[in-house]
Design a protein around this ligand. Structure first.
Ligand code: KG4
Ligand code: ZN
Length: 330
C-alpha cells in the first residue's frame, strides 16, 4: 500500500510517497520569494503553488519509481493554513482522486507534524507527550495512541516560531528568523540580556509576546552602535530563554503525568540549541526524546503521507466535497 500526499498549507509545495516500504519520495519546493517581504504573502504563495504542484508530484512519482496504479490513496492537507494555498493542493488532490479513481484522505496539518517523527521510527506502543512547535502552533499534547490526543497546553499569544520570526525582524535579521537566530547565536553570549518568563495560570501553557516585547523595549533604549555590537547576543539571549521555557514545560508535563517519551516536532524543532538541550535533559532525566531530521521538522508532505497511511489503515477517507479549513484545530 502506498500513499501519495500533497502539502500546500503555507509556503512549501510538497509531494511525498510513503508506503509499506517506508518513505519513497519527499519533494519540497520552498518559496524564497517571500524573503524580501519579511513574511509570507498569501497571494504570492498561492500562485507559486499553482506553478510548482504539477512538477513536484511528477518528480515524487519518478523518484519513487511507481506507476499511478501502485498508489492506493491521495492524502492532502485541508487545514489549518492559508486558504488560497490549501485550495491549490486540495483541488489538485481531488482531481487526481477522481481521474485515478483513488480514495481521498484529508489530513490536519498539525496531526501531520505529529506524525513526522514516525516516518522513520515506529509509533510508540506506550502513551507519550508531543511538543508541536511551528510558525503557527505551540502545543503540548498527550498522545494515548494514533488519533487519540489530549491538548494539555498551548500558547496564549504568539507561536514559538512566530516569536523567533518577530524578534529576528526587530533585529533586522531577515525572514524566516528562526534559522537565522539559530545560526548567529552559536558564537554569541546568551547571558547578555536577562529575560524573565511570563507567569501563567496553567503550568503547561506558553506565552511568547512578553519576551518579544521585552526584547523590543531593550532594543529601543540601545544606542545604534551598541545594537550593532550586540545584535547576536540579544538574539542568543531570546533563543536561550525561549528554548528553556519549551523544555521545562514539556518535562514538567512528562513528570506530572508519568510518561517517559517526548516527541518534539515542527519547524522550531530544527533549532540546534533546542535539540542539544533536549538531549542533555533526556539523559539526565532518563526520558526518550524523539526529534525528526530537520527536513521533516519544517513543512513537508512526508508527514502528511505518514498520517494518511494511518488513516488508510483505519478506513478514514474523506468525501470529494471536503473544503479547506483555515482554522482547523488538532
Ligand atoms: O513547521 P513550519 O515549517 O511551518 C508551520 O507549520 O508553521 O515552521 C516554520 C517556523 C518558522 O517560524 C521558522 O522561523 C521556524 O519554524 N524555524 C526555526 C528554525 N527553523 C525553522 N526556529 C528556530 N530555529 C530554527 N533552526
Ligand atoms: Zn507546519
Amino acid at each position: 500500500m502506498n500513499i501519495l500526499a500533497i502539502e500546500t498549507s503555507c509556503d512549501e509545495t510538497s509531494a511525498a510517497i510513503y508506503g509499506d516500504d517506508g518513505l519513497l519520495a519527499n519533494e519540497i519546493a520552498s518559496q524564497l520569494i517571500h524573503q524580501k517581504y519579511g513574511g509570507v504573502v498569501p497571494e504570492l504563495a498561492s500562485r507559486a503553488h499553482v506553478r510548482n504542484i504539477m512538477p513536484i508530484i511528477d518528480t515524487a512519482l519518478t523518484k519513487a519509481s511507481l506507476p499511478k496504479d501502485a498508489i492506493s490513496a491521495i492524502a492532502v492537507t485541508y487545514g489549518p493554513g492559508l486558504v488560497g494555498s490549501i485550495l491549490v493542493g486540495l483541488n489538485f488532490a481531488k482531481a487526481l482522486a477522481l481521474a485515478w479513481n483513488k480514495p481521498l484522505i484529508g489530513i490536519n496539518h498539525i496531526e501531520g507534524h505529529l506524525f513526522s517523527n514516525f516516518v522513520n521510527e515506529n509509533f510508540p506502543e506506550e502513551p507519550f507527550v508531543t511538543l508541536i512547535v511551528s510558525g503557527g502552533h505551540t502545543l503540548l499534547v498527550r498522545v494515548k495512541a494514533p488519533g487519540q490526543y489530549q491538548i494539555m497546553g498551548t500558547t496564549r499569544d504568539d507561536a514559538a516560531g512566530e516569536a523567533f520570526d518577530k524578534v529576528a525582524k526587530m533585529l533586522n535579521l531577515g525572514y524566516p528568523g528562526g534559522p537565522i537566530i539559530d545560526k548567529i547565536s552559536q558564537m554569541a553570549d546568551a547571558s547578555y540580556l536577562r529575560l524573565t518568563r511570563p507567569k501563567m495560570d496553567n503550568k503547561f501553557d506558553f506565552s511568547f509576546s512578553g519576551l518579544k516585547t521585552a526584547v523590543l523595549y531593550y532594543i529601543k533604549k540601545l544606542a545604534p552602535e551598541e545594537l550593532e555590537k550586540h545584535r547576536a547576543d540579544i538574539a542568543a539571549s531570546f533563543q536561550s530563554t525561549a528554548v528553556n521555557f519549551l523544555i521545562d514545560r514539556s518535562f514538567s508535563l512528562l513528570d506530572e503525568i508519568g510518561l517517559k517519551i517526548l516527541s518534539v516536532v515542527g519547524g522550531v524543532a530544527c533549532n540546534s540549541l533546542l535539540r542539544k538541550r533536549l538531549m542533555e535533559r533526556a539523559i539526565k532525566e532518563n526520558i526518550r526524546v524523539m526529534v525528526p531530521p530537520p527536513l521533516l521538522c519544517t513543512d513537508n508532505a512526508a508527514m502528511i503521507a505518514r498520517a494518511g497511511y494511518f488513516k488508510y489503515q483505519n478506513g478514514k477517507f474523506s468525501p470529494l466535497s471536503i473544503s479547506p479549513e483555515p482554522s482547523l484545530a488538532l
